[in-house]
Design a protein around this ligand. Structure first.
Ligand code: C5P
Length: 319
C-alpha cells in the first residue's frame, strides 16, 4: 500500500520517509537547538476522542500579555492589545476553515467551500489573489512566524496580506520558556517590528504567542507518539488548528493531511519542490498530522478528495 494510503489510515512511521528526511530528523534530534528536556512518557495510546479531551483540558492559548518580565519592565502592557485573543469574539465562531499552504490545494476548486466558513485562518505569506478558485479570498486571521516580520522580502510593513486581519506571530523560544533568555536571543527578532507595528496600527488585533503554549503542544505530540519526535516547535499549521479549536464550534482543515493531489510542491504560490514541507524535517510535522488524523470526524472520502479533516471545537464537546 502507498505511503499516502497509510497516512490516511494513520499507519505510518518516520522509517517510511525518504533517507534524506530521516537523516534531517536525526540531525535535529542530536542538535536539540532549543534545549528540549522532555520529562513525560511517550506513546500513550489514546483514542481520537480521548486525545481530543486531553487537548481540550490542557491546551491554553496564551499570548504575551506584558505582565511578565522582561516585558513588564519594558512597558509591554501598553503595547499589546487591550482585548485578549480569546475574548475578541465573545461567542467564538461557528464554522472555521484552516487553509494550509500546501501545493496540493492547487486545482482543488475548494475556494467557495472555504469562503462559506465564518472565519478563515491562513499562514505566513500565503496569498489569495490569483488563487481564489482553489483557496478562496476570505481571511480572518493570519499566523505568521518571526521571519515574516524580520525578512524585508516579505514587506510586512506595506503588504496588504497583513492588513485587516487578526495577526498572531510566534518565534521558537527555548523549551524552558524563559522569557528573559528568549527576549535577548529570539530566533528572529520579532519584538522590535511588533512594537513598531502596534504603534502604527493600534486598532489591529496583533498578538505574540507565549512560548509556554507552543511547547505545551509539543509535549502533547511527544506524549502521544511512540518515536522520538524532532525537538523543535510544532508547525504553524498545527498551532493554528489548536487556536481555531479553541475559538470555533467546528474546524475544517484543508490540505494538512494531503489529498490525492499530494505533491512535493511546497506551497501553492511558489515554484519550489521539497517533500519536507509536507512531511516535516525541522517541525515534527508527520507526527502532528498523525494526531490530527486520529481525531478526524469528517468523511474518509473528503479526506481523499479534498484533503479535508473535520475537528470539533473545544466548546462543542463535553469531556
Ligand atoms: O510553510 P508554512 O509554514 O508557511 O505553511 C503553513 C502550514 O501549512 C505549515 O506550518 C504546515 O503545517 C502546513 N503545510 C503542509 N504541507 C505543505 C506546506 C505547508 O502541511 N506542503
Amino acid at each position: 500500500k502507498s505511503f499516502l494510503y497509510k497516512l490516511w489510515k494513520g499507519d505510518v512511521s518516520s522509517k517510511m520517509l525518504n533517507p534524506r528526511l530521516q537523516k534531517a530528523m536525526k540531525d535535529y534530534l542530536s542538535t536539540n537547538k532549543h534545549g528540549v528536556r522532555f520529562k513525560g512518557k511517550r506513546n500513550s495510546k489514546l483514542t481520537g476522542d480521548q486525545l481530543f479531551c486531553e487537548l481540550k483540558e490542557r491546551v491554553n492559548v496564551k499570548t504575551i500579555d506584558g505582565k511578565e518580565a522582561p516585558f513588564s519592565t519594558l512597558g509591554w502592557e501598553k503595547h499589546v492589545p487591550q482585548i485578549p485573543l480569546g475574548k475578541l469574539y465573545t461567542h467564538g465562531f461557528g464554522s472555521c476553515a484552516v487553509v494550509m499552504s500546501a501545493g496540493a490545494i492547487l486545482n482543488s476548486s475548494l475556494g467557495d467551500e472555504i469562503d462559506a466558513h465564518d472565519a478563515v485562518l491562513r499562514f505566513n505569506s500565503a496569498p489569495t489573489r490569483g488563487y481564489e478558485k482553489d483557496v478562496g479570498n476570505k481571511t480572518t486571521m493570519r499566523i505568521i512566524n518571526s521571519q515574516i516580520l524580520t525578512n524585508p522580502n516579505h514587506h510586512f510593513v506595506d503588504s496588504s496580506l497583513y492588513k485587516d486581519v487578526i495577526l498572531v506571530a510566534w518565534d521558537p523560544a527555548p523549551y524552558s520558556a524563559n522569557l528573559n533568555v528568549w527576549y535577548k536571543k529570539p530566533d528572529y527578532n520579532l519584538f522590535t517590528p511588533y512594537v513598531q507595528h502596534r504603534r502604527k496600527n493600534p486598532t489591529q488585533p496583533f498578538y505574540i504567542l507565549h512560548p509556554k503554549f507552543i511547547w505545551q503542544l509539543w509535549d502533547i505530540i511527544q506524549e502521544n507518539t511512540k518515536e522520538k519526535i524532532q525537538p523543535n516547535p510544532p508547525s504553524s499549521g498545527f498551532i493554528g488548528i489548536l487556536i481555531m479549536m479553541s475559538m470555533c464550534n467546528e474546524v475544517h482543515v484543508y490540505e494538512y493531511i494531503p489529498s490525492v493531489r499530494q505533491t512535493d510542491l511546497c506551497h501553492y504560490h511558489e515554484l519550489y519542490y521539497d517533500a519536507a514541507c509536507t512531511l516535516g524535517a525541522y517541525h515534527p510535522l508527520l507526527y502532528e498530522k498523525l494526531l490530527v488524523q486520529r481525531m478526524n470526524k469528517g468523511l474518509q472520502d473528503d479526506l481523499y478528495r479534498k484533503g479535508k479533516v473535520i475537528l470539533p471545537g473545544f466548546k462543542a464537546v463535553k469531556c
